[in-house]
Write a protein that binds this ligand. Structure first.
Ligand code: SF4
Ligand code: SF4
Length: 192
């Protein structure tokens, strides 16, 4: 990975963003004293260009654009090991969740935009159908990611074995699921 020099100035330190992260996660960013225990226990750290403790340091320095431009937050498995190990009660797993939400809202230029796209389509399907609709998920993902021919051979095989359904009905409890999404939207407005 290419390392670029970090410039710290009032322009580059976006502390409003850090306050949003703290508000959403309910956890303090400032409490982190860089002991590294979170990273030592993180099962996904080898896939991240910014390991968990560095995410905290970048946040403290207001360097959120570096975080959102990378893949680390999308490789976090939400296992909560970091939060459990932190001697200073930093809920890093909740901070990762908050960062994914803010990245989602910003629709930012993540290197892992495919992960973000898959997440978005997954949730959209749940919202629309009340359950997952794999055929649609795969087809829309391939079109939106520009990989039109990706599953050309696999799709028919899965259809013939009944692993994929061409058409899909909505969950009969769709109204309850819509209510859950509405409540989440209301909560988001009060937090931000
Ligand atoms: S919650 Fe995410 S960052 Fe924390 S230990 Fe698990 S994978 Fe790593
Ligand atoms: S374990 Fe807690 S205090 Fe230590 S680096 Fe990680 S977040 Fe910071």
């Amino acid at each position: 990975m290419k390392h670029t020099k970090m410039t710290l100035s009032t322009e580059t330190m976006n502390l409003d963003f850090v306050r949003k992260v703290e508000s959403l996660s309910g956890s303090s960013v400032r409490r982190c004293f860089q002991c590294g225990k979170c990273t030592a226990g993180c099962p996904m750290r080898s896939f991240m260009e910014h390991p968990p403790n560095r995410i905290m340091r970048l946040l403290q320095l207001g360097q959120w654009e570096r975080i959102l431009a990378g893949r680390s937050i999308w490789y976090c498995a939400s296992c909560e090991t970091c939060s459990t190990r932190c001697p200073n009660k930093v809920d890093l797993a909740a901070i990762m969740d908050a960062l994914r939400k803010l990245s989602w809202d910003a629709n930012g230029p993540s290197k892992e935009s495919y992960v973000q796209l898959a997440n978005r389509l997954f949730i959209e399907n749940i919202k629309t159908y009340g359950r997952q609709y794999e055929m649609r998920l795969g087809a829309v993902f391939n079109v939106k990611s520009g990989q039109f021919l990706k599953d050309l051979l696999l799709g028919p095989k899965l259809l013939s074995r009944g692993k994929l359904k061409m058409f899909h009905s909505k969950n009969k409890n769709i109204t309850e699921i819509e209510n859950i999404f509405n409540r989440i939207e209301e909560m988001r407005k009060t937090v931000l």
